[in-house]
Every structure is written in structure tokens, then in C-alpha cells.
Design a protein around this ligand. Structure first.
Ligand code: NDP
Length: 197
């Protein structure tokens, strides 16, 4: 496993491409990203994967829903949007150059905040009853872990909201374990096939 970010003198692209796609349990290799984008079986990036599993757990039907993703990194925002698209949602990406963030987030049935700045999403950013998923991991003035969402005010407006800590973070770890087991099972299957032939 490669723990990102890497020190500046190491080329991230070269390291990620050196991982076997069959062992790419983080889902960062371009082959897995391509498979995910084309709807093929793939190792899905763990954080967006965990977000989808949470929504599955509450039986939320994403078809036709408007999902606004705030953040467009390669490991969270972009793949999250793709997974929502695969689930037939309508997806809008927002980022640091977006003008009037609230204009977009207020239209959303689901808001995913993956920014890395606390209080990016306040109650003025969401519509009544929206689902709010907070990926962010930041520190508040007291040094305590907090997300990108002003939890205390947004929780009164949202139908569901994930806390930080104990929200998306543990789901990411769980999906990493799931991908690891999947990779091991695949390797076992391949070994069995090789023994047969
Ligand atoms: P990046 O820094 O790579 O990306 C942040 C994104 O936020 C960028 O696309 C940036 O836009 C956008 N952004 C920055 N400021 C604003 C703003 N004011 N309004 C709208 N968009 C903005 O971060 P990551 O995606 O890697 O991580 C995001 C957060 O999620 C971090 O807090 C990280 O610690 C956390 N995280 C949590 C995980 C978990 O398991 N819970 C796993 C991975 C990350 P632009 O592209 O224009 O620069």
C-alpha cells in the first residue's frame, strides 16, 4: 500500500503505476480508474466507495437525484462523482474556483463535502431535508477533529448527516479491508486456475 501524499522528491504517478492493478486495494491505479469509469468490475477508491455503501445502507435511491460534490481531488471528489453518475444521479462538481458555492449546494439532494476546510458548508448552503456527507478532516481551535460541515447547525436542516469523527473515516478503513479481501480472493482463484491448467 502506498500512503499518500508522498515526499516531494518521489513521483506519485510513477509509484502508483508500479502497483499491480490486481493488488491496487486503494483503487488509485489508472487501470482501476478506467474500469470504474466504464462501469466494469474494479477496486473502487475507498472513501467514495464508503460513501456509496452508507447510502445503500439507508436504502437511498440515487436515481435522478442531484448530487453536489464539493472538491475535485483524484482520490475523493472526482471518483465520488463518477460513482454517483454510475448510480444514475445527476452530478455537479464544485471546487475552489466555483463562484457562489451555495447556489449549487442549495439545489442538492445530497451534498458531499471533500474540501479540507472547516465550516465550508453551513446551514445556508443546504436545502431542508438534504443528505450531507462530510469527508473533511480538519482541526478546530481546540485542536479537536472536525469536518468541512458546521455540524451543529446543519444537523437541524439535513435529513441525514455524517459526523466527524466516526463518519466517513471508519467507512474508508472498512472499504480498504473489503478491497483487500477481494484482492486476496482473486489471487487465490487465479492460483487455483493455474494449478488446474
Ligand atoms: P485536496 O486538497 O486534494 O482537494 C480539496 C478540494 O477542495 C480541491 O478540489 C479544491 O479545489 C476544493 N476546495 C478548496 N477550497 C474550496 C472552497 N473554498 N470551496 C470549494 N472547494 C474548495 O483534498 P482531498 O480530496 O484529498 O481531501 C479533502 C478532505 O477530505 C481533507 O480534509 C482530507 O483530510 C479529507 N479526507 C478524508 C478521508 C476520510 O477517510 N475521511 C479520506 C481522504 C481525505 P481545487 O481543485 O480548485 O483546488
Amino acid at each position: 500500500m502506498v500512503q499518500l501524499p508522498l515526499p516531494g522528491h518521489i513521483q506519485e504517478k510513477a509509484i502508483i503505476e508500479a502497483i499491480s492493478p490486481e493488488k491496487d486495494v486503494d483503487g488509485f491505479h489508472p487501470i482501476n480508474i478506467g474500469r470504474m469509469m466504464t462501469g466494469q468490475d474494479a477496486f473502487l477508491p475507498c472513501t467514495p466507495y464508503g460513501v456509496m455503501v452508507m447510502l445503500e445502507y439507508i436504502d437511498y435511491d440515487l436515481e435522478g437525484k442531484h448530487v453536489v460534490i464539493v472538491g475535485r481531488s483524484n482520490i475523493v471528489g472526482k471518483p465520488a462523482g463518477q460513482l454517483f453518475l454510475n448510480a444514475n444521479a445527476t452530478v455537479t462538481y464544485c471546487h475552489s474556483r466555483t463562484k457562489d458555492l451555495a447556489y449549487y449546494t442549495k439545489q442538492a439532494d445530497v451534498v458531499v463535502a471533500a474540501v479540507g476546510k472547516r465550516d465550508t458548508i453551513t446551514s445556508d448552503h443546504i436545502k431542508e431535508g438534504a443528505i450531507v456527507i462530510d469527508v473533511g478532516m480538519n482541526r478546530n481551535d481546540e485542536g479537536k477533529l472536525c469536518g468541512d460541515v458546521a455540524f451543529d447547525e446543519v444537523k437541524n436542516k439535513a435529513s441525514y448527516i455524517t459526523p466527524v469523527p466516526k463518519g466517513v473515516g471508519p467507512m474508508t478503513i472498512t472499504m480498504l479491508m473489503k478491497n483487500t479481501v477481494k484482492s486476496a480472493q482473486k489471487a487465490l482463484e487465479q492460483n487455483k486456475q493455474a494449478l488446474k491448467s
